[in-house]
Design a protein around this ligand. Structure first.
Ligand SMILES: [Zn+2]
Length: 403
């Protein structure tokens, strides 16, 4: 990209800073908390309203499995075969107080729920697409707004593939606007989460010998799982992540647990969760069956059932993908800083694209330290940087009609 084009983008984005902030504030005022998944329709209406305002054609695709509130909205800017996805979620984690839905500007930041994760990413993407178009950009920018990310994506991004919303031909990449600042996340772990319920037989404490204590059975199962957990933890990823301790493959046992009805009754049920997070360089299917087979092997001594709560594949982009270079170079020229490529410690919806062989990264304005926090915020300079970087990547990978 020429210096002249970069400086046009910069000037354009800087002159629209107030517009970016206004958009973010009005989006944050919609309390699209998930769980429980409230105000989704209001958020969809807001998105549709903004797309209409900026003359961007869009479609709404229902994605609920059980209700009618979820929808993935896709907007398209421009035409041609070459296209790039700009993807983000419009649900936010529950607020610590309703005050988080009344955005506040101080110390050069916008505070409020979703300012970092990730309504800031969505508004920066929207204006970047508009700027790309207005500067004579070529190709198609595909804006994707999904619900349900904060609870696993089964009613959102998880449905995109089956609904035919991923077009691989001509696709140059996908950027997800998650709050990874200052890093660019080029890989993410998978998540295979189950709830194990151990069944016994209840009895009054005085007649305990007629019962079967589900808690004691669970105790034995957990002891065996902990030994396995320690073995899994010796598997280190070769993707870049800090600190060293973060490289281990993960098993979290007992994130939630409970059972029994009272202290004087032998518990007939005890359940606990196992959250397995395979590294992107592990075989996800193998990791999945390893856990299920292990649980199966306990059935000879214990009565247990297993419910799958989350089943999300890992994601990674090839280190030499043009998209990675483009995002990194754009950050370098726009913000004059080196953005490290690293692995996200959590899950990313980049998986939806990388499963189809589309290079995908997460890069967004939100600082990773501020997401989900009671003082969630985004520096306005980050918002401006991200919008300009998205526009520069669009120009770099989709080109300009005049070229
Ligand atoms: Zn997020």
């Amino acid at each position: 990209m020429t210096d002249a084009r970069i400086s046009r983008i910069r000037t354009e984005v800087e002159s629209r800073t107030a517009e970016l902030v206004d958009l973010l504030e009005s989006f944050v005022r919609i309390p699209s908390e998930n769980p429980p998944g409230s105000h989704l329709r209001e958020a969809q209406k807001w998105i549709g309203g903004r797309l209409t305002e900026y003359a961007i054609p869009f479609e709404s695709h229902p994605t609920s499995r059980t209700d009618t509130n979820h929808a993935v909205i896709t907007g398209t800017v421009g035409s041609g075969d070459r296209h790039l996805y700009l993807h983000g979620h419009y649900d936010v984690v529950p607020a610590f107080s309703v005050a988080q839905f009344e955005p506040e500007i101080r110390e050069g930041c916008v505070f409020g729920r979703g300012t970092s994760d990730m309504k800031s990413g969505l508004v920066a993407m929207l204006l970047a697409a508009v700027i790309h178009r207005d500067l004579g950009g070529a190709g198609r920018v595909r804006l994707v707004y999904v619900p349900d990310e904060e609870t696993g994506g089964a009613d959102g991004a998880g449905r995109m593939s089956e609904l035919g919303l991923i077009e691989t031909a001509g696709c140059v990449g996908a950027i997800v606007g998650e709050p990874g600042y200052p890093d660019i996340w080029y890989a993410a772990r998978g998540a295979f989460t189950v709830r194990v319920t151990v069944t016994g037989r209840s009895a009054h404490v005085g007649l305990h010998y007629t019962g079967e204590n589900a808690f004691e059975h669970a105790h034995d199962i957990v002891a065996r799982l902990l030994t396995w957990r320690d073995t899994v933890a010796t598997r280190m990823t070769s993707f870049r992540i800090e600190p060293e301790a973060a490289r281990s493959s993960i098993v979290l046992i007992g994130g939630t647990s409970g059972g029994g009805t009272n202290f004087n009754i032998v518990p007939d049920r005890f359940s606990f969760t196992i959250d397995r997070r395979p590294n992107p360089d592990e075989d996800y299917d193998e990791a999945r069956s390893e856990l299920l087979d292990l649980l199966d092997s306990f059935r000879s001594d214990h009565d247990l059932s297993v419910e799958i709560l989350q089943d999300a594949r890992p994601a990674s982009a090839p280190a030499d993908a043009a998209l990675l270079r483009s995002v990194q170079d754009s950050v370098a020229v726009i913000a004059e800083r080196d953005a490290p490529l690293s692995m996200c410690p959590g899950c990313l919806e980049t998986r939806v694209y990388s499963q189809h062989g589309i290079p995908a990264v997460a890069y967004g304005p939100g600082p990773s330290s501020a997401m989900h926090a009671p003082d969630e915020h985004v520096p306005i300079t980050n918002l401006v940087e991200a919008c300009a970087v998205y526009a520069a990547v669009l120009g770099d990978l989709l080109g300009y009609a005049a070229d």
